[in-house]
Design a protein around this ligand. Structure first.
Ligand SMILES: Cc1cc2nc3c(=O)[nH]c(=O)nc-3n(C[C@H](O)[C@H](O)[C@H](O)COP(=O)(O)OP(=O)(O)OC[C@H]3O[C@@H](n4cnc5c(N)ncnc54)[C@H](O)[C@@H]3O)c2cc1C
Length: 390
């Protein structure tokens, strides 16, 4: 017998960073209080499966569940090392378990939200979500579940891949006020490799080894690099690994589809929220989801005025991805040049896509002009080729 579909105003397909952020923004809008919302995920979200870092000047909606925040960041490279004051920004760290529980408590307290655990098998353009247990239909479906890495073509396709150890030492070993954003003193292997260190107290920290390259490493390679880093740079042979974290994030300038149809809207990584040149996604998810909720509350379509907002940064990201891919100029030197010549806040503003044209020019003047001018010329040529009629 055919199953009867359960109908909702909004289906949030995927209760990860984007789905749950969107839910919180929707619940903040008085105009949307009567909307029937379905939150669908294949699993109960409760584990610390990711650690999100991002920077903000103002307080955000998830302030109460931050694990830590810092006002200074270390940068290390062969030719420049410094403890940078990032004010007015704060570098914030959020563990996923705290975030999931904060958002799911809000969902449980809202009479208009239904939570369902189901495996999503398909989402059709008319807003029908085929689950293993039932079919659900929505006036809008917000999808963070299914995404295709866009076709290759003349685009750059790199990955940000990383493995981290949560470690505990027997003696005081860290300064909890001074995390490391990037430490490029590790072997580069003709790639872009660095370590970051997030100390929670004097004896506990997350030490994460990161690479930007076309393919991830073998697990043993991350382990070797992390062990080496802990011995040589943190001078610790005695530590306990309490947990590990592993992840791969797409770094591509190929365009992600922001929607599958008028009714199926892609959000989060699926909706192109990942910044191609850095892999940072969390802040962009916040902007995307806040704007969608705002648009809906104002009676507009979800993506109203959203697509055009990241224009110039897409070009900047493409240029940087080309520099990374061509490997003619070491990536660490790009970061070293920026961090040694400019205030950290200017760089963070630029990377957060909030910079003025003048600040963009300051960043551009700080890096190797020959390398970037050549990469820019090639990217501009490709951009025009893509938009001009064949
Ligand atoms: C380990 C890790 C660390 C990261 N750290 C940072 C960071 O520090 N800063 C930053 O800005 N970005 C970071 N990112 C990148 C990005 O912020 C995260 O990947 C973020 O979780 C993306 O959010 P999302 O909602 O798009 O996807 P997810 O959070 O992965 O959510 C997708 C949801 O869909 C569900 N799902 C998937 N398939 C199905 C299905 N068939 N049926 C039902 N449910 C399904 C999953 O269970 C999941 O809950 C990190 C990524 C990883 C992997």
């Amino acid at each position: 017998m055919e199953q009867a579909a359960q109908h909702y105003d909004y289906i949030i397909a995927g209760a990860g960073a984007a789905g749950l952020s969107l839910l919180c923004y929707l619940l903040e809008e008085p105009a949307l209080r009567q909307k029937k919302i379905l939150l669908l995920d294949r699993e109960k979200k409760q584990t610390n499966d990711r650690t999100w870092c991002f920077w903000q000047v103002e307080e955000g909606p998830f302030e109460s569940c931050l694990k830590h925040q810092w006002q200074h960041l270390h940068f290390y490279s062969e030719g420049f090392s410094s403890l940078l004051d990032i004010s007015p920004y704060r570098y914030k760290m959020l563990e996923s378990a705290a975030f999931y529980s904060f958002c799911l408590n809000k969902a449980s307290a809202a009479a208009n939200v239904t939570l369902v655990e189901d495996e999503i098998l398909d989402i059709s353009p008319d807003g029908a979500v085929q689950g293993k247990k039932a079919i659900y239909t929505g006036a809008y479906v917000f999808n963070s579940v299914k995404f295709k890495i866009p076709e290759r073509g003349h685009y750059h396709h790199l990955l940000q891949h990383f493995k981290g150890y949560f470690i505990k030492t027997n003696e005081d070993a860290f300064n909890p006020e001074a995390p490391t954003l990037m430490d490029f003193r590790v072997a580069q292997h003709q790639d872009c490799r660095f370590v970051y260190v997030l100390p929670f107290n004097k004896r506990e920290a997350l030490v994460e080894y990161t690479g930007f390259s076309p393919a991830p490493l073998q697990q043993e390679q991350y382990d070797d690099e992390l062990t080496h880093y802990l011995e040589h740079y943190l001078q610790h042979s005695e530590y306990e690994i309490t947990r590990t974290e592993y992840g791969v994030i797409p770094m591509t300038n190929a365009p992600f589809r922001t929607s599958e149809s008028d009714q199926v809207i892609n959000i989060g990584t699926a909706g192109g929220a990942t910044k191609a040149s850095t892999g940072y996604t969390f802040s962009f998810i916040q902007r995307q989801c806040a704007a969608i909720a705002h648009n809906l509350a104002a009676g507009k379509t979800p993506l109203h005025q959203l697509a055009a907002s990241r224009g110039k940064y897409k070009l900047y990201d493409s240029i940087f991805l080309r520099v990374l891919s061509e490997k003619e100029y070491p990536a660490w030197k790009v970061f070293e040049a920026m961090f040694s010549k400019l205030p950290a806040a200017t760089i963070l503003k630029f990377l957060n896509e909030d910079s003025t044209l003048l600040e963009d020019l300051q960043v551009m003047r700080s890096v190797d002009k020959g390398t970037f001018a050549s990469a820019a010329a090639k990217e501009l040529y490709l951009t025009f080729k893509r938009v001009l009629p064949k």
